[in-house]
Design a protein around this ligand. Structure first.
Ligand SMILES: Cc1ncc(COP(=O)(O)O)c(C=O)c1O
Length: 356
């Protein structure tokens, strides 16, 4: 199988893939409930929360929608600095909310100063922030951003998309006071796509009680009613849940701190390599993602031809996103990717540059 350096879906370990072939069982059974309770307990360790983690069948975008539908009557501040934070804004508008945009140029982070200023202008019920913009390789400082929300507007709920960071970068849900942290299965958790996870604070659950038109599929109160009974309202993604259990054991055995350090070391290696080879990351120092490096294509590399060459060696990278296509390229270093994979990729990349 080719090793993929694309930012999701990422390679899944064969043992984890294999777990999906376990037989189906009734989802309304004590056997399933015990299993589901076990995966939630392990997820709480990864989300660094003692409160709750939902495990619904949906991709991450569904949880963006759940956050908006359940936690916002009317006013939300949508921080937009790339494609996925823009999607969250679109979700808010599409659900009839009054969403104000706080924009940063693609390639830049959302900073505490700009957030403080926006929060002083208007009382928002919630603020949505993407921790790691997968489209640009920018990490926003969510601990500091959450601190600013608490100082300037303590009633405002802090909604965080950690789709391309959670499991690869430390996200301290409880300690940082985050009210809603969502992620998808197919990124740093290195599982097949199709499942999402969300840690939700008690005060967010309380807020949901007062919000009308929460729908049904993503109604947090319905999810909670079933979570307490260790199940889901709808049929769960059983095969992925079998895989999830094995993968969480592998992650906890590696050690979360070791896992974060591995991601950071791979990011450092790729980003220093870019400088050494006459290129540079799009993001400024201090905001460079530990899980996906977006590199300015200053050598004019033909990304399509590069990928054809890499595929002959069983590897592939991602082109830049949207308007950044061909102007940048992205090398993901998330999930189960190891430093030796990065070394092999960069060696092949250099060999390609020599042929240009
Ligand atoms: C930061 C971020 N948020 C949200 C999404 C959407 O997630 P999903 O494709 O699981 O719906 C993605 C997908 O790449 C993402 O990178």
């Amino acid at each position: 199988m080719s090793h993929m350096f694309i930012p999701g879906p990422v390679d899944v370990d064969p043992e984890v893939l294999q777990a999906q072939t376990n037989p189906m069982i009734p989802h309304r059974s004590a056997e399933f409930d015990a299993f589901f309770r076990g995966t939630e307990a392990k997820l709480k360790q990864v989300f660094l929360t003692e409160t709750r983690v939902f495990q619904p069948p949906s991709s991450g975008s569904g949880m963006q929608e759940a956050a908006i539908r359940n936690l916002v009557h009317k006013d939300v501040l949508s921080c937009v600095n790339g494609a996925f934070s823009k999607r969250w804004y679109d979700v808010a508008v599409g659900n009839g909310k009054q969403a104000d945009r706080l924009d940063a140029t693609w390639g830049e982070a959302i900073t505490p100063d700009m957030l403080a200023k926006a929060l002083k202008n208007k009382a928002y019920e919630a603020v949505s922030i993407v921790h790691n913009e997968t489209s640009t390789g920018v990490e926003s400082p969510i601990k500091e951003l959450a601190e600013v929300v608490r100082e300037v507007s303590p009633e405002t709920l802090v909604l965080i998309d950690a789709v391309s960071s959670l499991g690869g970068v430390k996200v301290e849900t409880d300690a940082w006071g985050l009210d809603f942290v969502l992620t998808s299965s197919q990124k740093c958790l290195a599982l097949p796509p199709g499942m999402s996870f969300a840690a939700v604070s008690d005060r967010a659950m309380k807020k949901a009680e007062s919000v009308e038109n929460r729908g049904w599929y993503f109604d947090l109160l319905i999810m909670e009613k079933h979570r307490i009974k260790n199940t889901t309202a709808m049929t769960p993604t059983m095969s992925i849940i079998w895989a999830l259990d094995v993968q969480l054991d592998r992650m906890l055995a590696e050690g979360l701190e070791n896992r974060y350090a591995r991601h950071q070391a791979m990011a450092h290696r790729v980003q220093s390599w870019a400088f050494e080879n006459g290129m540079e990351p799009l993001a400024k120092e201090g905001y460079r993602s530990p899980t996906v490096s977006t590199i300015k294509n200053l050598r004019g590399v033909d990304i399509g031809a590069l990928n054809e060459f890499l595929l002959t060696k069983g590897m592939r990278i991602a082109n830049g996103y949207g308007d950044l296509k061909n102007k940048t390229f992205r090398i993901a270093h998330m999930g189960e990717t190891q430093m030796h994979h990065i070394d092999e990729l960069l060696e092949a990349f250099e060999a390609f540059i020599k042929t240009m």
